[in-house]
Design a protein around this ligand. Structure first.
Ligand code: NAD
Length: 504
């Protein structure tokens, strides 16, 4: 059955204009077109921003207790519908249902964090900064904020943004990926059911055209973006040039350094899980395993053994551990790195093109887990973000060389070290130029009460997402200085004074 996914504006579905463009939605496991999605132009974006702007004054003034109550109800609804959301994600993205359920659970953690908004929005107060003068700060919402998100986490990445933005009193226009747009609409329906006033959360679907309209819209006060590095850089520059606050998270090349004293079975389990989970389409996927030469061959053997046993198949088949890639073009692009790697001197130790697919695979966008060994830093499979199930193995003599290699890479999203040596791990944690670090943990996605974000070309802007940095991003501080004189009759003490005010 083919469905058409429409925008969600002002608390209800919005049909879009008569001349609106449409995009296809695929089931990546079969290759079939399963639906279409509306692609907004400036007119639809304008309608959504106007709805968000109209909803702002009342939502800004809703009490903290009212906002928290809506968030608690939304938390319960997402929790209750997490199985349904996981199935929606899996059908359009291709990832296995259990993995999709994991992303919903990680998104829910941010909603739970945002339920504590009354505590998070406390300002500061200083009594008697001058005689009978007090000073205090009030964190206030920004207004309409835009969220632009990637295909690989259609529920979790939007949930890094909008629960905190809404809890802080902002209104939101979300532009999810056009490749898997349905989860965002389901989340909008759940917000409405939770009692969120119309217009506080809006969804416009679309591609570049919709994003450009948001980036230059005068009523959009801030932009949160997650996607690839070239687009993140563009979003940052354009939105900032139009006077907006911006956080733009980009791509990644995450290294996992395995030292000679590491438990190699643990390291092999971690490398395989982090490289091939979600077919490598995770911003925190390990895409480069960096092994100290002394243990490299042994580690490779253990990885190969595990990869051979991986069950690749449709996301809704319970036996599947890894699904297809998101589109045919992306699968072809990822597969091309296998040939390029060999051409440039790497060894194709595991060729995913011959990995069996449960049910045969048909015309789906399949590529099995692959590994290129003896990769060197100038090869394209290393310099480029592949974003698929292709792990590169690099060999280094020791910790120093491993750190040098990782720090020379332009990306700085996530990294991990596997070792039994606490001093080596501590040195790695201290010296590595990467925003999120795992020590014997392969995908170190911070909990909601810490903040998520990389360094270098993995993030443009100053703030990471969710946690206290998220609250800071979605608020601006007003500093108030107040004097209350005693009642009439005692009011002496007021006089003209052209001097610059100071305490005393
Ligand atoms: P993408 O950059 O192609 O798209 C991201 C968003 O930008 C989508 O909503 C898309 O519609 C929009 N977009 C695409 N082209 C645009 C253009 N020219 N101008 C304006 N907007 C445009 O990314 P993707 O393929 O959807 O997602 C995968 C990428 O996201 C990978 O690079 C991955 O590393 C990155 N990612 C990063 C993080 C992180 O936290 N750093 C998390 C998830 C994904």
């Amino acid at each position: 059955m083919s469905t058409h996914v429409t925008h969600w504006i002002g608390g209800k579905p919005h049909p879009g204009g008569a001349a609106e463009r449409r995009g296809d939605i695929h089931n990546p496991a079969t290759g079939e077109v399963t639906g279409t999605v509306a692609l907004a132009g400036p007119a639809e974006v304008d309608t959504a921003v106007a709805a968000a702007r109209a909803a702002f004054p009342a939502w800004r003034d809703a009490s903290l207790a009212q906002r928290a109550a809506v968030l608690f109800r939304f938390r319960e609804l997402v929790h209750r519908h997490s199985g349904e959301l996981a199935a929606i994600i899996s059908a359009e993205h291709g990832k296995v249902v259990s993995d999709a359920a994991g992303e919903v659970a990680r998104g829910l953690e941010v909603v739970e964090f945002a339920c504590g908004i009354p505590h998070l929005l406390k300002g500061a107060f200083s009594e008697n900064v001058s005689t009978r003068v007090d000073a205090y700060s009030i964190p206030q919402p920004l207004g309409v904020v835009a969220a632009v998100t990637p295909f690989n986490f259609p529920a979790m990445v939007p949930m890094w943004m909008f629960p905190v933005a809404i809890a802080c009193g902002n209104t939101v226009v979300l532009k999810p990926s056009e490749k898997d747009p349905s989860a965002a609409v389901r989340l909008a329906e759940l917000w409405a059911e939770a009692g969120l006033p119309d217009g506080v959360f809006n969804v416009v679907h679309g591609d570049r055209e919709a994003v450009e309209a948001l980036l230059v819209h005068p009523d959009v006060k801030a932009v949160s973006f997650v996607g690839s590095t070239p687009i993140a850089r563009h979003v940052y520059a354009t939105a900032a040039a139009h006077g907006k606050r911006v956080q733009a998270l980009g791509g990644a090349k995450n290294h996992m350094l395995v030292l000679a004293d590491a438990d190699l079975d643990t390291a092999a389990d971690a490398a395989v899980s982090a490289a091939y989970g979600s077919a490598g389409e995770r911003c925190m996927a390990v895409s480069a395993v960096v092994a100290v030469e002394a243990v490299a061959d042994d580690l490779l053997e253990r990885i190969t053994e595990r990869v051979r046993r991986l069950r690749v198949g449709p996301g809704d088949d319970e036996r599947s551990e890894m699904g297809p890639l998101v589109t045919r073009e992306h699968r072809d692009r990822v597969a091309a790195y296998l040939e390029a790697g060999v051409r440039e001197g790497a060894t194709l130790a595991i060729d995913g093109r011959v990995h069996p697919v449960l049910g045969g695979g048909g015309a789906g966008f399949w590529l099995g887990p692959s590994l290129l060994d003896r990769v060197t830093p100038e090869m394209s499979c290393y310099t480029d973000e592949i974003f698929g199930p292709v792990l590169s193995m690099l060999r280094v003599p020791d910790l120093d060389a491993g750190l040098r290699l990782i720090n020379a890479n332009p990306y700085g999203n996530g990294t991990a070290v596997f070792t039994a040596d606490g001093a080596a791990a501590r040195r790695f944690q201290n010296e590595v130029e990467v925003g999120m670090v795992g020590i014997n943990v392969p995908i170190p996605v911070p909990m909601a009460y810490y903040s998520f974000g990389g360094w270098k070309d993995s993030l443009f802007g100053d703030s990471h997402m969710h946690g206290v940095e998220g609250v800071r991003f979605y608020t601006r501080t007003k500093a108030v200085t107040a004097r209350w004189r005693p009642g009439a009759g005692e009011a002496a003490g007021s006089r003209v004074d052209l001097g610059f005010p100071s305490g005393g």
